[in-house]
Design a protein around this ligand. Structure first.
Ligand code: RB5
Length: 144
């Protein structure tokens, strides 16, 4: 992976988990590009999913992390951009395989569904697992 920052974004439901993960990433030495939201006030998740998509598509970040209540709405928004492969993951195995098989460039988490420990483990798997390529490469190419 390049030295580009990790982009992170959430709606209000994911705000606390986003703050926790951003802190974890910074203390692990990552530069974090925080796209908001900036507090617990109610906002619309599509705005933040689309901000992530624009950031990835423009090359300002290579990987992104999204958090909403379920991870679903914000990932649907991001995935409307063909440059984005956002995977909703609730466990480490999904996060690992999203990278190894799907070359996911965005991890989406549900703050109302998983705890902090699982979220941290998912992020670690997402950031450290390489794409396997091989038989998966042509399939991933078809997604674009
Ligand atoms: C917000 O209440 C909630 O709908 C949102 O965070 C997300 O779960 C949508 O998919």
């Amino acid at each position: 992976m390049s030295e580009k920052p990790i982009a992170i974004a959430s709606d209000h439901a994911g705000y606390e988990m986003k703050a926790m993960l951003a802190e974890m990433l910074r203390s692990d030495g990552w530069e974090v590009l925080d796209l908001g939201t900036d507090g617990p006030q109610s906002v619309d998740y599509p705005d933040f999913g689309m901000a992530m998509a624009e950031t990835i598509a423009a090359g300002r970040a290579e990987r992104g992390i999204l958090v909403c209540g379920t991870g679903i709405g914000i990932s649907i928004a991001a995935n409307r951009n063909p440059k984005v492969r956002a995977a909703v993951c609730h466990d480490v195995t999904s996060a690992r395989l999203a990278r190894a098989h799907n070359d996911a460039n965005v991890l989406a988490l549900g703050a109302r569904l998983i705890g902090a420990e699982v979220a941290r483990d998912c992020v670690a798997a997402f950031l450290t697992t390489p794409f396997e390529g091989g038989r998966h490469a042509a399939r991933v190419a078809k997604l674009g």
